[in-house]
Design a protein around this ligand. Structure first.
Ligand code: ARG
Length: 606
């Protein structure tokens, strides 16, 4: 039986849900009423409402509804009282139900309805958030449980910058979904199964006849160990044969083999954890080996459904619009990456009841996932329509490049040890920090904590701010620059806001209770408007799985605060001090939530 639920699109589901932080959704609800009143004959017209972007500074409103032209082309042939799109726009405007969120409306061009939000309403929304907490601005998504399959390095092989990207982007997506009330199963799909383990185990037996002697220190670098065993495998036919038997004995569950396998996995795991620890990553390992017992049953099911065919000795699944098949049993009878992924997908849908399954790997694996999902659709595990649930999405990202434009490598070695990379980022930010006079007097522990926050934050942000599809160039100088669109700049901006509040000498909790926010100055209003758009930005970033949307929002927030508000509106000592302190506090609160969602630890002083 298929587990597909009925088609529910994000837009229809979440409307009406308890999410009063989302300005756009509230306007959509108003326009829904108005559109129905304007053209009762046209049902199912979804309001097209968007925030206005100030192009060359001119802007007629804060939000715009763009339904008039589309509606006009639908009704113009029929009997209608309207004489053109502008008239339709005017009627849409007239039929808007009264609301205290709207200050004024106007119609521009061929029927665009512009909405100016009420200052008072913006101020009230901010005040409410300050009192009830920013979690009340969390979006509501139409999914209860999701799997995010990320990081997923391979045992005994290099954990490379590609895995770092997967780790960073995956963690952020998981955080954004969790904030939006989705239960996220954070899955580390480590490559801990496969024929290479025969070779590794035999090599381990040879080097350490006594299993007690096996430990990380003795083995040293697992990648070197891997290379040495591979060389042995390629040069000695007798060893090769033993290695091949070892795979069979391992997969047959023989004790000594299983123990050796576990030892090798454990050593890799220790190395992976050094990276996760630095980056504050929570993950639950369910590696390839976990799914291996499920493979025969899953293939049996697909076989019965008549989906699997013979192809040159292998067992394969053909899918739509791809000219090569998905190989699920190799010609030697062995299972592969795809067989494991089929079993894992089935498990995630059926056992774990995930409604959204998200995979993060580099774009090189796009075709694999495309075929996997299409096979799952043929099997009826996933609905054919991509708008329905359960849903599987592959988030592919580009390569990490070095400054030479080639695949990223460090100077000295072939491989980049991620731990070294992260430590270098931290050490560089420590050096920069200690050049500042203020930090010189800090206790060592604080210097350390701050440089970690800045260094690791910089690595994460440099990755996240890119559109994930594109390749990105790894450059320490750029990411650690305190000017420009970097984590350093943003963390400093946040710290500066905190110090404004501190310098006022006021207890901000008391101000929250006793003062009111007013947005009389143009730049106060601009800041307030940007702040209340937080919820819809997160919703967009979640729905389209785009962390860079959040980065852009955060950067703009910091720019509006610094270049507009703080340059033109005196805070401490002004008659508007209390209100402006609340605006500072609201900005810092939203910034901190952004940092949290991006996996960056905020800094409070610099
Ligand atoms: N271990 C794989 C690699 O390093 C990534 C696994 C991604 N997840 C999956 N379910 N296939 O390329």
């Amino acid at each position: 039986a298929t587990t597909a639920t009925t088609a529910q699109t994000l837009s229809t589901m979440a409307v009406g849900a308890e999410n009063m932080g989302n300005v756009k959704r509230q306007l959509v609800q108003l326009f829904e009423v108005s559109l129905q009143a304007t053209v009762p004959s046209e049902t199912d017209v979804a309001p097209l409402v968007d925030a206005c972007i100030a192009k060359s500074g001119v802007r007629f409103g804060d939000y715009q509804c763009n339904n008039a032209m589309g509606l006009w082309s639908k009704i113009k042939g029929k009997q209608t009282e309207f004489r053109g799109p502008t008239a339709v726009g005017q009627a849409i405007m007239k039929n808007l139900p009264p609301s205290d969120m709207v200050e004024s409306c106007s119609v521009a061009g061929p029927g665009f309805v512009n909405v100016v939000l009420s200052r008072n309403w913006i101020a009230k929304s901010l005040q409410k958030m300050l009192i009830d907490g920013i979690d009340t601005w969390a979006p509501c998504l139409p999914v209860k449980r999701a799997v995010v399959d990320f990081s997923s390095p391979n045992i005994a092989k290099e954990m490379h910058v590609g895995h770092l990207r997967s780790t960073i982007i995956g963690d952020t997506l998981a955080r954004m979904l969790e904030f939006s009330h989705v239960e996220v199963l954070r899955r580390n799909h480590v490559g801990d199964w496969g024929t290479q383990f025969g070779m590794l185990i035999e090599f381990l037996f040879e080097k350490f006849p006594n299993p007690e002697d096996v430990n990380e220190a003795a083995i040293g670098d697992l990648q070197t160990f891997y290379k040495a065993s591979k060389a042995r495998f390629d040069s000695d036919p007798e060893f090769k044969q033993r290695a091949q038997q070892a795979v069979v004995r391992l997969q047959g569950g023989e004790d000594t083999y299983h123990r050796a396998w576990k030892q090798i996995c454990e050593i890799s795991r220790t190395e992976f954890h050094r990276v996760y620890e630095r980056l504050g990553i929570q993950l639950e390992e369910k590696g390839e080996s976990f799914y291996s017992p499920y493979i025969p049953g899953v293939l049996e099911e697909l076989n019965k459904k008549g989906i699997i065919e013979d192809d040159k000795g292998a067992r394969v699944i053909f899918v739509q619009d791809v000219n090569i098949p998905l190989i699920v049993v190799k010609s030697d009878g062995g299972y592969n990456y795809a067989s494991t992924d089929l079993a894992a997908l089935r498990y995630r849908i059926n056992e774990e009841k995930a409604e959204w399954i998200i995979y993060l790997t580099d774009v090189g694996q796009q075709q694999h996932f495309d075929m996997l999902f299409k096979a799952a659709k043929r099997a009826g595990w996933l609905p054919a329509d991509d708008g329905s649930y359960p849903k599987a999405t592959h988030v592919g990202f580009g390569l990490v490049l070095g400054e030479d434009g080639k695949r990223f490598r460090t100077r000295s070695t072939e491989v980049v040890r991620l731990v070294d990379l992260l430590d270098e980022a931290k050490n560089r930010s420590k050096t920069a920090l200690l050049e500042r006079d203020t930090a010189k007097e800090w206790p060592e522990e604080e210097v350390e904590k701050t440089s970690q926050a800045i260094g690791y934050g910089a690595v994460k942000y440099a990755d996240l701010k890119n559109n994930k599809q594109t390749n990105y160039t790894f450059n320490f100088d750029q990411m650690l620059n305190d000017k420009g669109n970097t984590a350093v700049y943003l963390l400093y901006a946040h710290a500066r806001i905190c110090s404004i509040i501190r310098k006022s000498g006021k207890d901000i909790e008391e101000v929250k209770r006793n003062a009111k926010i007013a947005l009389d100055h143009e730049d106060e209003r601009a800041l307030g408007l940007h702040l209340i758009q937080f919820s819809e930005v997160i919703e967009e970033a979640c729905t389209n799985l785009l962390p860079n949307v959040l980065c852009e929002y955060l950067y703009n927030l910091s720019e509006i605060f610094t270049k507009k508000f703080y340059s033109n509106c005196q805070v401490v000592g002004s008659p508007e001090e209390s209100s402006r302190l609340l605006l500072c506090e609201a900005t810092a609160t939203v910034m901190r939530k952004c940092f949290h969602l991006l996996g960056i630890v905020p800094v409070y002083k610099i």
